[in-house]
Each structure stands twice: as C-alpha cells, then as structure tokens.
Design a protein around this ligand. Sequence first.
Ligand code: ADP
Length: 474
Amino acid sequence: MKHYSMYINGEWFNTRNVLGVENPATKEIIASVPNGGSDEAKIAVNAAHAAFSTWSKTTAYERSEYLKNWFTLIEHNQEEIAKTMTMEQGKPLKEALSEVQYANSFLSWYAEEAKRVYGETIPASHSHKRLFIQKQPVGVVAAITPWNFPAAMITRKVAPALAAGCTVVVKPAESTPLTALILANFAHEAGIPKGVINVVTGDPKEIGNVWLDDPRVKKITFTGSTEVGKYLMRRAADTVKKVSLELGGHAPFIVMSDANIKKAVEGVIQSKFRNAGQTCICTNRIYVQEGIAASFIQEFAAAAALLKVGSGFEEGTDIGPLINYNAIEKVQSHISDAVDKGAKVLVGGNQLIAKNGYYFEPTVLSGVTDEMVCMKEETFGPLAPITTFKTEEEVIERANNSPYGLAAYVYTENLGCSIRVSEGLKFGIVGVNDSIPSVSQAPFGGLKESGLGREGGHYGIEEFLEVKYISIGI
Ligand code: ADP
C-alpha cells in the first residue's frame, strides 16, 4: 500500500500513526497518510508565518510565474491526478479530469489577476494632504476543504491567496487527502518557496483548533457543511479573523411552462447527477409548471433511468459510488420520508447491493410536497424530487423559503420571465438555461446560511487583501 507524506515547510513530513484512505468503489484501503494533530498544525503555522515575511514582499510578477509553473506541471500530469481522485473519491474519470482542468483554471486565472491588485488615490479635503489606498495581503491563511472536489476546492482558495501575497496552511478532507498531497508535490516541483504552501493531514478538530486559536492565522477559508462552518465562525471570533465560508446549498431547479423541455431535461440531469449528486450546487428540488409537468416528468424519468452506475474507472459510467455508507443512509432516509408522506418512486430508489462499493441508483420521485425532508435538507446524493407549481410568484416564494441560498436554476424561453425570476431568487448564483455555471473568472458563493464571501473572479482575491489607507501630510 502506498504511503503519502504530508507537506510542511517544503519537506515531506510523517507521524507515527497513519490514517487509511478508502476507495468508495471497492471499500478497499488504498493508501495511508500521516495522522497529524496539534503539533503538526503548529509547525505548519510557524512555517507559513516565517515564509510570509518574504513571500508577501515578492512582486506580483514573481508570484504569477510560480503559479504558472504550478499550472503547467498540473496540466502535464492531469491524468495521474484524475486517476488518484477517482480512486479516493469515486467520481467518474471523465468528471475527475474535468475537475483537474477546472482546478487548474484558478491557477492560470489568478496568475494573471495577481498583477491587477490596484490601489487608489482619493481627493483630499486639505491642500496639504494626499490620500492613498494600498492593498496588502492579510497574512497566514488557513484553508479547510471538503472531499467532493478534492482538487478544485484547494486551488480555488490557494491560488488567490498566493496571488495576493498570503501563505497558506491547508487541511484537506480525511477521505480525499491524496489529491491534495499530489498538488502539493507539483507546487514543490514548481519551485514555490518553502512554507508558502503547507498541507497537514489528520485530525480535523485538533488541527482546526490550533489554527483557530493562533493569532498569526489571519483568515479562515472553508468549504464544507453549514454545521462545521458555523463552528469555525464562532471560534474565529476570539481572534477576530477574517472568514470565508462556502457551506451547504439546497438548489431549486425551476422549469417554466415555456421552457425547452429537451434543454431542461439535459440541464437537470447534469446538475442533479454530477458527482452522484454530491456537490453543493447540485439540484435538490425540481419545480415544474403544471402545463408541461407530465411531459417533462416523463422525459426526465426516462433519461435518469438510462444513467449508468458503476466504478468511475469503467467506460461509460455516469454515476460513481457515494463517498461512504452514511451518504447511502441519508439518501435512503430522504426517500423513505418522502414515500411515507405520499411521494411516488418513478425511477430507482435502492442501494445497489450487488456492487461492492457505496452505490445508489439514480432516483426520481414525483408527487413531492414542501413538507418532505428532501425539500428542506440537502440530500447530497442521486435523488431528484419533483413537485409542480402554478405561477411565477408562487415558485419564487417556495424556492426562497429555505435557510440556504447558494445556487438556483431556471429554464424558460421568455426573456422577461428569466429576468423576473433570476432577480427574485435569493441565491448567490442563478443559472438561466445553464446548469453548470461555475467558472474561475466568476464569483461563487451563497447568501443566507450558505456562506460568506466569494471565490473566483476579481472578488475572490479581495478576500485575501486588507485595505490600507495612508494619509500623507506634505
Ligand atoms: P462533509 O459533511 O461534507 O464531510 P464537513 O464540514 O464535515 O463536511 O467537512 C469539511 C472539512 O471540514 C473537512 O476537511 C473536515 O475534515 C473539516 N472539519 C470537520 N470538522 C472540523 C472541525 N471541528 N474543525 C476543523 N475542521 C473540521
């Protein structure tokens, strides 16, 4: 079994105890990583803090070159990274490959954006004064990332942080540390100076607490569950750190009666079943306007039934395994709750026990009502509940009736309707006839309990910059 070391201060680092990494397609332990804790977390902050004094003084052009070198190495090794990702996370290899490219797009985009961190001059109210605004890196950044996008959630945080002049300590999810460590290896090969990027694997709470308590860590950037996000935010208050949170979502997918049904079916299949339904912007609830409900439901159910479930390494797989058994139980409990309350299973509904991994059939439910758990809580699995609605106003109100506000989708061929609905939806991201809106140059983030701050685009780098006002008397 292969062992991967963690990466601190430009060196490969080990602990006496190790953690196993499981392949969710086979339940085999495929590799081990160090089981780090508070000691390693502290050493990593020491390294990042020391490196900050020099990294923050490099020019944007130098930082850009490092990011470009890292980009090139990832590009040349994308197949290897994608295979490791499929092995530890389960997603189909073609999805893993597109994630590596998406992850890498943050490196290339922020390699350019590093050069566009502009200051400002402000007209003074006295003739003997000059007022300047300078942007400065916040300092050491702690990034805590989830398992559903093992590469992209790291680069989406680390690329803008490095571009801004910050150094980082990263804790990848326990289930997917291998991709993170491979990325660290390419950062090392790219010549990124020691201590600028540090990746610590191991106990989340121990590592997290050290970073939360250390006043040298100036920013926490997190993607994961709302529950852990709230905990981090509360704890970050003690040292008044900056906080960015990308938390849960509960995306509505709205199909208006004038929608192009073929496009809407294609869109919802992509948005619902990508990564087996395990993304925070995956469709969670489908609202179809009464006029086209029957034909939409028929076409969608037929398309969902054709999706192939299997190992991510098998040719033609559309849906890989879920991450673990808890994920299977959650989908099952959402289905039983809905069926008990009157929903009908049109497609799927079961775990695939014949296969060894954590496989679940794509499942479509009709006759769903807003009281069912799947219409309120994130399923994070291949479950598509469908309900109907009568009017535009009604669907906006029902879609907004959630503590979450990350992504929403609306399919319509009517321009006015697309504007009214997208403006009315209280979500950070709205896809109008577009089910895959995430790109490195646009801001990704949620409203309400879905999070704070934005990642991607020129907004993303601001999260790692302080605004310094310099008033000069002349
Ligand atoms: P999920 O339910 O998707 O696994 P989590 O919020 O539990 O989401 O995990 C996201 C990331 O947060 C992971 O890297 C995990 O190890 C980390 N994490 C979980 N609990 C804590 C904690 N108490 N402190 C710091 N990090 C944590």
